[in-house]
Ligand binder design. Structure first.
Ligand code: SAH
Length: 469
């Protein structure tokens, strides 16, 4: 982030602009929404600027800017649309200590004006650091469409009600009240006119004051394989409402971004064989926070019910009489099989599919190798990188065909996804050569669909993954 967004207090502040043409008009229309004192320097001002001066909305000086004209100015806009004149006025303003913006000149500007969605007092500023103004405009248009025009009114009425709402206990109770106001009661009341909002707020407060505090609760949420778009709507909502988020190592930053800013974020990441937060500590954290009344999200990668040590955590929570529920997620086998364009089951090939772990708490995990070694078996092996040689040995010992296709998908659903297309025979060597450091899922008995397999043995998707036919 090269540019840090802030909201500047403008009341009583002085903002100076040099220029009288189109660029000046565009900026002035925005600036006049603020409560700043605006001075404009223009030898040939557009008629609109003269009208605004007549209306007392700005002070117009019908001349070029001179030394000292920007004294005490907070912001300065060089909007003459002439590089030499802009450089001259910017230098004057700069010497006076104002922050300078040269219109359409990112390089010489100390600040940029974002694209703005105005639902005053709700203001959304969109910036792309000058990289993609088109994108900023598209986002603005999208938000303009989505945010009801009454939002500003609701916020203004809500603001004047803040003191009253302070009667509610700080934290969750207050948040619930405001959420109810902005997303349910407020908009409903607005439909009957602005005058209906205040009585609705009074009623809502009475209702919330009579509620007993919500009890602590734990949601065991499947965070999916990493792509935030593969989160369920329920997972998003749980994250949005969580007071505390306790998350694993495989949860991507993009997903953590979706939690509320004020949420307490606790990383209990476990490295496969490395240092880890003990299961007891995790259990204790869940219980401690829920007992304090927090809405806790226990965020696990993929689906929480697949190799997630979920039951131990449920037992701990249960033992303390704390309420809980499970939000299913997309397990990495689903994401990985999608990446290679295959099905987990297929008529005439395999009517069942097994989810295996390469290692468990005791070390390498044992399975029904004889059954797995049969032709056309399909298995998804989790945590299978380190156990590849062991799995290979067992299968071959039980008569598996050495040419059985094996595919390893690393970082499924993420931008750095890679697919290793190999055979049971070559698996350990191919894995060693591929040097995979991310989470990887191994499919026994599945090769990438033919159309995809023309690429080299290890390949990252050249196109977004879903683009193949
Ligand atoms: N509950 C998770 C699995 C947890 S065990 C789920 O349902 O997916 C951790 C293992 O999951 C990793 O060692 C790896 O085998 C697999 N895994 C998790 N995320 C993955 C991803 N994005 N790509 C490939 N494998 C992944």
């Amino acid at each position: 982030m090269d540019h840090f967004p802030i909201f500047l207090a403008t009341q009583g502040q002085h903002i100076v602009l040099s220029g009288g043409g189109d660029a000046a008009l565009a900026k002035l229309r925005l600036l006049m929404k603020t409560r700043a004192r605006i001075s404009v320097f223009a030898s040939k001002p557009a008629p609109e600027i003269e009208t605004w001066e007549d209306e007392g909305r700005l002070t117009l000086h019908r001349r070029a800017m001179q030394q000292g004209d920007a004294l005490c100015a907070r912001l300065f806009y060089a909007a003459d649309e002439d590089a030499t004149e802009d450089a001259r006025t910017a230098a004057i303003a700069h010497a006076s200590g104002a922050l300078v913006n040269v219109v359409d000149n990112l390089h010489d500007s100390q600040f940029i004006t974002p694209a703005i969605v105005d639902r005053d007092p709700v203001t959304i500023a969109i910036g792309t650091e000058g990289a993609a103004p088109v994108l900023a405009r598209a986002i603005k248009a999208d938000l303009e469409e989505r945010l009801p025009s009454t939002l500003g009114t609701l916020a203004r009425i809500g603001k004047s009600f803040r003191k009253m709402a302070d009667a509610l206990p700080f934290g969750r109770a207050r948040r619930d009240f405001w959420r109810d106001y902005y997303f349910a009661t407020g908009p409903r009341a607005m439909a009957d006119g602005t005058n209906a909002v205040q009585p609705a707020l009074d009623g809502l407060l009475k209702d919330h004051l009579s509620r007993t505090a919500r009890e602590g609760h734990v949601a065991f949420v499947g965070g999916g394989p990493g792509d935030p778009e593969l989160l369920t709507l329920k997972a998003r909502r749980a994250l949005d409402e969580a007071d505390v988020v306790i998350y694993d190592r495989l949860i991507t930053p993009e997903i953590l971004e979706l939690a509320r800013r004020e949420a307490v974020m606790i990383d209990v990441g476990k490295e496969g064989f490395g240092p880890s937060t003990s299961q007891e500590t995790i259990n204790d954290l869940l219980v401690q926070h829920a007992e304090k009344g927090a809405q806790v999200v226990r965020l696990k990668s993929g689906d929480a019910t697949v190799f997630g040590r979920l039951d131990e955590e449920i037992d701990a929570v249960d033992a303390h009489g704390i309420g809980w529920h499970i939000v299913p997620g997309i397990t990495s086998a689903s994401a990985a099989v999608a990446a290679i364009g295959q099905s987990l089951t297929k008529r005439g090939r395999n009517a069942s599919v097994r989810f295996l772990t390469g290692h468990d708490m005791k070390g390498f995990a044992d399975h029904d190798w004889a059954a797995l070694a049969r032709k056309d078996e399909v298995a998804a092996i989790y945590m299978g990188k380190k156990s590849a040689r062991f799995v290979q040995g067992r299968l071959i010992m039980h008569g598996a065909d050495r040419q059985t296709p094996v595919t390893v998908i690393e970082n499924a659903s993420r931008p750095n996804q890679r697919v290793l297309d190999t055979t049971l025979d070559a698996l350990p060597a191919a894995l060693a050569a591929a040097d995979m450091t991310g989470p990887a899922l191994t499919f026994l008995g599945l090769a990438p669909r033919a159309a995809l397999a023309v690429a080299p043995t290890v390949h990252a998707p050249a196109h977004p993954i879903e683009e193949f036919a």
